[in-house]
Design a protein around this ligand. Sequence first.
Ligand SMILES: Nc1nc2c(ncn2[C@@H]2O[C@H](COP(=O)(O)OP(=O)(O)OP(=O)(O)O)[C@@H](O)[C@H]2O)c(=O)[nH]1
Ligand SMILES: [Mg+2]
Length: 429
Amino acid sequence: MKNVLLETAQPIEKALAVAVTQKGTRYRETAVEYLDELAFLAENAGAEVVARLYQERECPDVATAVGKGKVEEIKLLIEEQGITLVLFDDELTPIQFRNLERELQVKVLDRSAVILDIFARRARTAEAKLQVELAQLQYMLPRLSRMWTHLSKQYGGIGARGPGETQIETDRRLVRARISELQEKLNAVERQKFEQRKGRSNLPRFALVGYTNAGKSTLLNVISDGDAYVANQLFATLDSTVRQFIMPNGAKALISDTVGFIRKLPVQLIASFRSTLAEVREADVLLHVIDASNPGFREQVAVVQDTLKSIGCEQKPVVYVLNKIDSLTPSESIGTLLAEFPGAVPVSASRLINIDTLLDALVAEIVEQLHTLAVLIPYSQMKSIDIAYAAGEVIEREDGEDGTRLVIANISDKTGDYLRRLMPFQIKN
Ligand SMILES: Nc1nc2c(ncn2[C@@H]2O[C@H](COP(=O)(O)OP(=O)(O)OP(=O)(O)O)[C@@H](O)[C@H]2O)c(=O)[nH]1
Ligand SMILES: [Mg+2]
C-alpha cells in the first residue's frame, strides 16, 4: 500500500487562491494575510498563485464552500487565466471537494493538502518520511472516494467510471492496514530515541520553537556554531537536531531545533510528529522565536502558543526572542515591541545583533539550578572523570593519594543528582 499519495501541486502550476472568511472587523486584512501565506505555501509546493479571490460569509457553503455566484466567477477566472489548480485556505469537506471538482473541472486542494505536500517534499530522514506518510494517509482516508474519482478520470478506464464501492472499501482496508504498520514503526522509533536520550547527559536543555521561517535554525547555528539548513522556505527543517553549547558563565547546555508551526497545521501532522516533538516536550526552557518583521507576527505568536498547548507544553518556562529586528516594518519599533512582550529579547540572528543578551537571558533561566560540586574519584573509578568533565566545568583538579579530587562548577540540578548517584564518594568543599 505504498505510493497512493495525494495528488498535489506540480511545478509551474497556475493556481487560484480562495479565502472564505467569516464576517468580522478585520476581515479584509486578515484574509489578505492568509492568502499571502497560502501563496507562499503554494510556491513552496511548486505552484504559482496568479489570481486571488475573497469571500466574506457567515459560514462556508456546505456544498461548495463559496456561494454559487463565486463558483461562476471562479470558472471564468479558470478560463481566462489558464488556471489548473484552485486552492482553498480552509480545510474542505469530502463533499465540498467532490462538488467543486465536478463544477470546476480542475484540481482542487485545501491548505492542509498543500502543507502535507511540502512536508512530503522536505522529508529526508526515515523518521520524517514515516511521519509524513502516516499524516497523508490519515488525511486521505475519509476522502478516498474523491481520490478515486480523480484517478479514474486521470487514467480513463473503461467507461471512465470510478471504481465501485467495493473497490473503495478494499482500499480503505489497505490504507488502514498501512496506517497501523506505520504507527508501529514510529512507536519503535520513539522507544529507540527515548533510550538514546536517557543515555545522553543531564545538561540543561533548551528547545527552539516558533512559526515556520521565523529563524530558528539560523539561531541554532549562531548559538551552537553549527551549519543547520537555513532557507527562506516553509518547513525547511522537519527533524530535530540537538547541539551542545557553552553558556557565557561556562556552563554546558543542549539546544534543539525542530519543525516549525503554522496556522492550521493539519492535526494529522501534529499527531504523527510526536517523536520529533519529544525534544520540545522534554526541554527545560523553550526559546520561542518570533519573526518580528512579519506583519502578521502577533497571530503567529498565538498560533505557536496554541500548538504548544496541544502538545502539552504550555507550562514550560519560555524566553521570547524577537528576531529579525534588522528589518522591522516602519510601524513597529523595538521600544513598543518590548512594551508588548516584556522580558523578550530583541535580536537579529542573521546579523548577529544582541546575541550576547540572549545568552545571558538563557543563563538567568537556569542559574538558580546551577551548583558547584566537589568529588573525590578513586583510582578504581577513573571512568567517572570523563563523566565529570562532560557534566560541567572542572575548575580544580588535584591528583592525590586516594584518587582525583575535582571541583566542578555549573552543574545543573539534574546533573548534580545524577553525579551523586554515580559518585557516592562526593566530599564537601
Ligand atoms: N532579515 C533577517 N532575516 C533572517 C534573520 N534570521 C533568519 N533570517 C532569514 O529567515 C529565513 C528563515 O530562516 P530559518 O533559520 O531557516 O528559519 P526556521 O525558523 O528554521 O524555518 P523552518 O525550518 O522553515 O521552520 C532565512 O532566509 C534566514 O536567512 C534575521 O535576523 N533577519
Ligand atoms: Mg529551520
